[in-house]
Ligand binder design. Sequence first.
Ligand SMILES: Cc1ncc(COP(=O)(O)O)c(C=O)c1O
Length: 372
Amino acid sequence: MPEPFVPFQLERLLSTWENRVEYNLSESGVHPMSVREVLGDEAALDAFGGLPLRYPQANGTPALRDAIAALYPGARAENVLVTVGAIQANLVALAALTQPGDAVAVLEPNYRQLWGAAQNLGRRVATFGLQPELEWRLDRDELARAITPATRLVAIVNPNNPTGRALNGDDRRAVVEAAQRVGAWLLADEVYAGAERASDAVTPTFYGDDARVLAVNSLSKTYALPGLRIGWIVGPVEAVARMWAWQDYATISAGMLDNQLAARALSPNARPRIIARTREYVRRGFERLGAWASRRDDVEIVAPDAGGICLLKYGRPIASSDLAMRLIERASTLVAPGDAFGIDGYLRIGFALPPDYLDAGLGRIGTLLDDL
Ligand SMILES: Cc1ncc(COP(=O)(O)O)c(C=O)c1O
């Protein structure tokens, strides 16, 4: 008997409600940019109008793959596969580089895409964790237990979703060495790198730390362009070829408009501007969330290192998915429940939003907590 299908609880909740509520504080990215903002001027926008909408180069246009490769030390265009979001990059890596029955080790708490997809594809999933008692730092004993000679792939999200924490240097080395010891692939989903709150340094990529590292990223979070549906994976040429072979079956390619706009977003005249905008949203948003939380005695937060997300511990005897449903029904406000990430008792709040909108959404959450 096959195991029951594991649904992607978080994505289905968000897809159902994100365009229907008055206040959407469930988004982990940054308030989105417009086409005009990406292109920067009217002439570029006008030129875009004449773009023929044929299929783009299926593994990503050369200009886009060059722009991506330039972000990774030692990478060239042939190390890059452009995908439909980071979500597809993670899936093709899992499909191409592991077999049914293989062991996969996943860092928790987690976005849970790989965790669920791996189970649905018949892989055996072990987890290791960031610990709340350590302010969401890595538990090295769990790491050592989860990774065994049978492990084929180790999957991490760094900076992490939902905690916003980034691994420190020692913990990074511990993860790389643990994967290296058993010859496993290390898949690092780095979609929140560049959206640092507390530092101006970009969280370094794992790419280059070992020959078997695969680095995943996208334009959806730090670049505030989730509607473009552009992601990528950077890895050894032979692994990239195997992943592209799966993409042939799944999507052929991302869209032509997406590829063109993505290359513009990563160009030297747009990228710094977008990252500066993101950091402004992240820093201003967290200040407001932090001030709101400090005025309440019933919630606790740990400041994130990067990304527009933060876990809120609410200390009430109600499951987080029930609390999230009450917020939808009574306050038309959407947040992500902790249990969708494997940690009940928390809500994940997205705060990289326009100030008035964020304040109003937090106000709705506060009123509901008061009424509980
Ligand atoms: C860690 C992580 N990976 C991947 C994704 C999927 O993003 P996308 O496919 O839009 O790039 C998300 C979205 O929330 C995420 O948080």
